[in-house]
Design a protein around this ligand. Sequence first.
Ligand code: GUN
Length: 292
Amino acid sequence: MQLIDGKATAMAIKQEIAQRVKEIVANGGKQPHLAAILVGHDGGSETYVAAKVKACGECGFKSSLIRFDSDVTEEDLLNKVQELNDDPDVDGFIVQLPLPRHISEQKVIEAIDYRKDVDGFHPINVGRMAIGLPAFISATPRGILELLRRYNIETSGKKCVILGRSNIVGKPMAQLMMQKQFGDATVTVCHSRSKTLKEECQEADIIIAAIGQPGFVTADMVKEGATVIDVGTTRVPDATKKSGFRLSGDVKFDEVAPKCAYITPVPGGVGPMTICSLMQNTLLAGERAIYK
Ligand code: GUN
């Protein structure tokens, strides 16, 4: 069994990005610039955005954090989105989700210029990705593809089962794993209503678990020699931790790991790769590598 080290991989990628930024600047180009809009003070969002700003520093990017109180109007938020769309110095930006209930997330996402949508949430990016055109690919699926590639895990022609059908993980992951230029695999998507979920998993060469139920994938569901990617990050109370919680994956790691060829831990697997993917997309945005 080989552990897939997302933390080390993410660090290596950030160093590669920083090297590229040095070259860009040495050749007279400008530092890539990522802006982030944060509404309110949700604990999780604060942590994620702080980590994104920190990662920008590690990559040699410029970053801007724009804060609004949670009672900001939808109109004011949309005006800020437009301002960032029009700002030639901003290469890419994100609006951290979730947003307060009085604001339509979809409306905000669709207001973002797709050429600056480094989260890859805009329907133009989602659609282009789905038909295999160059696009910003959302962070988690992009990070998982990168781990599979860097660990030389064969996916072509393999059976891949994806647990979960969310817009930000399950669905794009399925699209990418089936496409010739990415996974080139035979893909099955299972979800809470799937009757044959266990049997599908037992036949899978690769399982990507993204259902948000701690310990859902057990040893009896996994084939000997399978690769298991755990996307779960559920916060469960833990009095021994300073924060009062720990992160729990969708996989019962201790019993599943001995059966696997490769497995990602939680934390330290997929998690660190997601912010790294955002940095890769920001570099592409800065280089106008996808859209002119
Ligand atoms: N909230 C949780 N994950 C994400 C993400 O990848 N992007 C944004 N904008 N918000 C999030």
